[in-house]
Design a protein around this ligand. Structure first.
Ligand SMILES: Nc1ncnc2c1ncn2[C@@H]1O[C@H](COP(=O)(O)OP(=O)(O)OP(=O)(O)O)[C@@H](O)[C@H]1O
Ligand SMILES: [Mg+2]
Length: 226
């Protein structure tokens, strides 16, 4: 019996040029696209080979991590993209994945046009992710989509780590510090109130006083004013 293995499709340069010509470029350049949206509502995300020959990215290619993380997140009831295909360039200079675009816009865009108090939705999202044992390293408001029905979905999920139970206080603190310190987003949190955000997160996540104290101390140490 033949082993069941899903072969990666080859994307030739001519096919790539054709794809670029009928898609909108969301990130990157025409000669080196990073994220494309085609007319059928599919997103193509490209992962280029690192310049260095030996890199952790050669051993653990981000597109494979992305696909694996998508499955784990969905199993934990966290909404995210699900991968339809994986592709590779003829000369292997990139790998790409295709997934359906999700209706909505990222939270950074959403907050620009809505009440800043909508950041309270991020309180719920962080409490849920951490409760489900999800450490989403690339957390920032551009990587969380706000959907018209009020739900959310994670994108850009190459770099996640999962624990068996809920995240411990140290991982929670690191993740929150990253989120609240992110240069493009920090003003949304300070306008809402950094301390208020953390108090609400602790309440939602049913954290005890010692853990909240640890998280606040860590975050303050990372330069977030409370
Ligand atoms: N499934 C999706 N549905 C809707 N829009 C998406 C989706 N995936 C990506 N996008 C849009 O494309 C933009 C860029 O996508 P993504 O965050 O994956 O790449 P990136 O930010 O360029 O990657 P990186 O953060 O690694 O530099 C997002 O901010 C979002 O607007
Ligand atoms: Mg992104």
């Amino acid at each position: 019996m033949m082993a069941k293995s899903k072969l990666m499709q080859i994307l030739t340069d001519a096919q790539l040029a054709d794809l670029v010509s009928r898609s909108s470029l969301l990130e990157g350049e025409v000669n080196k696209p990073k994220v494309l949206l085609d007319a059928n509502g599919y997103i193509y995300k490209f992962f280029y080979q690192p310049d260095r020959i030996l890199s952790s990215r050669t051993l653990f290619p981000p597109f494979k991590q992305f696909a694996k993380n998508s499955q784990t997140l969905l199993k934990r009831n966290i909404q995210t993209v699900s991968i339809c295909d994986t592709m590779t360039a003829q000369d292997k200079r990139f790998d790409a994945i295709r997934y359906q675009a999700i209706e909505g816009r990222d939270f950074r865009e959403h907050l620009k046009q809505s009440d800043n108090d909508d950041i309270s939705m991020i309180v719920d999202i962080m409490a849920e992710l951490h409760h489900q044992g999800v450490f989403f390293r690339a957390i920032h408001l551009g990587n969380i989509l706000h959907r018209p029905n009020g739900d959310y979905a994670l994108i850009d999920i190459s770099d996640c780590w999962f624990s068996f139970g809920p995240l411990n206080a140290f991982k929670r603190a690191r993740n929150l510090a990253h989120l609240m310190n992110y240069h493009a987003d920090r003003h949304y949190f300070s306008r809402y109130g950094n301390e208020r955000f953390l108090n609400e997160y602790a309440l939602k996540g049913k954290l005890n006083k010692a853990n909240l104290w640890f998280i606040k101390t860590y975050i303050r140490h990372k330069g977030v004013e409370l």
